[in-house]
Design a protein around this ligand. Sequence first.
Ligand code: SF4
Length: 414
Amino acid sequence: MERYTRRKTRQIMVGWVPVGGDAPVSVQSMTTTKTADVDATLAQIYALKAAGADIVRCTCNEKEAAEGLARIVPRSPVPIVADIHFHVEMALAALEAGVHCLRLNPGNLRKPEEIKLVARECKDRGIPVRIGVNAGSLDKRLYEKHGGITPEALVESAMIELGLFAEVGFDDVKISVKASRVPLMVEAYRQLAERVDHPLHLGLTEAGPPPAGVIKGTAGIGTLLMEGIGDTIRYSLTTDPVEEAKAGRTLLEALGLRERKNVDLIACPSCGRAEIDVYRVAQEAQAALEAREIPLQVAVMGCVVNGPGEARSADLGIAAGKHRGHLFIRGEIVRVVPEDEMVEALVEEAEKLVKEGFEARLAAADKGAAQQAEDDRRELLGAKGADVNSSESRVDLIRRRLESSGDGAGGRRL
Ligand code: SF4
């Protein structure tokens, strides 16, 4: 598996999930339900876990939320972080509820004595804290000192909080310095990584709805991960949080930072050569393989002329040709199936591949399939030619018309 050289960080434990050190980069998300609604919140936590979240945060903004947490924590399949803003008593109540970590916002929980009180309590209970700096709620004094929201201001906010914790001998901490602008967020984390060895929680805050939110989040989080910075990540999207967990998991798998847990479906973008509706077949295959949690890279290619070759590196794939699907394993044709059975055959082969392994499935290949596939390929190539989108014949036509009009240079009339 590919690996980036990760910055060395100390490790903390959020419940039973290690964060930092040599622990895999973890995925986080946050519930959108009222925490007091225990059943709805637990249902969302389970959905988030199924989508790839390792840790889930819930708001603890009122007494009822803290009481909800007391009921949620023992039934949760993942460690729970309580999100605290403004109210020190909510931090203490969340600890009482048994949460596995607190997130404190230095921008709105500012009294040093209160911060130290929480830190002392966390120290006694062995509960870690995330110092969650957010550009949108930066302390006004830092805003004025730095002349606005700058990477330096975000980092200083975290360092002040860390200093207060140090006064009571508490250091069980991970840190985030989130902003909604990618360059600002990236630079703040880079600077922070130079200053501390605490694990870093990456996120681009208020990224907005997909697809733009996912693109912005990926630009920020992905850039830092590829520089070796980041121990746990959260996409902040304006949509069902399940999409956040999926995006986080997909990014880590794409970067080779986590083992593939589910299918990675690749598909050609389709073109004039396509023999099938590539979008539809890709969607059907994605849904079927995802539901079965097939941890393979699977390709859906619109034609047999280029498909199997272009998707040679995929574990398994199917390419369409002459009303048939050519099933291939790592570029080798193993079976030819009727077009309307393509998705079914793909799923069936994927399951066998997971169960029996590559060698066994290649050995079980239909010997005549490769020849049949090659015949289809040649026939299609002959029928459609190399210039399937007819670009050259169109150019010829334009030229001929221009010439016959006798107005080739000006091109006013066709
Ligand atoms: S695989 Fe075939 S249909 Fe798909 S983009 Fe390539 S040439 Fe076009």
